[in-house]
Structure formats: structure tokens, C-alpha cells
Design a protein around this ligand. Sequence first.
Ligand SMILES: [Zn+2]
Length: 166
Amino acid sequence: MTRLSYKPGDFDLAVRRSRTGLGLYANEPIPKGSCVIEYTGVEITKEQEEKSRSKYLFEIHSRKTIDGAPRWNTARYINHSCRPNCEPNIHKGRVYIHAKRNIKPGEELAYDYGKNYFNQYLKDICACPKCKPEKPAATRAAAARVSAKTVRKTAKKAEAKPRKRA
Ligand SMILES: [Zn+2]
């Protein structure tokens, strides 16, 4: 494999609404292997880490953790996916997000947050394309079934009176 660059490319990215809140999207093609963005933050101590309730902690190694919660850390908007198109790589004590494959314009960026984070926060609610595949036809059919049932129930209730009277 070619060696990764750790200089983020000047890619056109945008924070937009996603399935789970906000997400970071590619506005242009990003070739596989590109360094997309650095995950930056404030270095915190072990004591701060233990007390912290931030969901943006990134352990770089056993002695260094950064809190990526500040808004200037654009990479904080990258959501988790169990089938991601990006991956974080640690280089000289800093975190960089690389493209795992070619990314098309309009695609949401995602990387795997790791087992610990997943088990703690996402196990039951992960909305990534692998855990909650978007099947528009199936979903619409299911929604139609539900509303048909509701309509039928309502209709029965509405019919009840006139039938009694008759
Ligand atoms: Zn998932």
C-alpha cells in the first residue's frame, strides 16, 4: 500500500442535516487514501478524561486523549458507521481521517468509532446504513400497512353507531 499523507487535502466539505442530526458531507469527489481532515481538539488530562461527559474524546495513546467537542473541530461532525467510507489514523500524536475508498460528491463521511464507543452509546440505536438499511419501498409498504390498519379501526368505530341505529 502506498504511504498515507498526513496533510489534509483542501476538500470541499459541508456540515448538513443527516439521519442522526448533523453530518459531514463531501461536496466533491475524494479519492481513496486521501487525507480528508484532521480530528483536532483540546488535550485533556487523565483526571479530566475520567470526569468528562464529552462524546468527542479521542484516545490517541494511553497517555494522550483529546476532546474534540469544540465547534472548530469540523471532524466532530463525522458520524459513526459500521460500514464506513473513512478511517482515523494516528500519526505523531495527532488524528487524521483518511478516505477508505473513493467517495462521491454528496456522500456523508463516516468512520467506525470503535467497539467501546459502539457498545456504550450506539449498540441499540445505530442508524448507519449497515444497521438500518434504507429500503424505501419496504418502508413505505410497512407504513402503508400501519396506516391501513389505523384507518380500518377508525372506520369500524365510525360505522358502529349507524349500524346500531339501522
Ligand atoms: Zn451501525
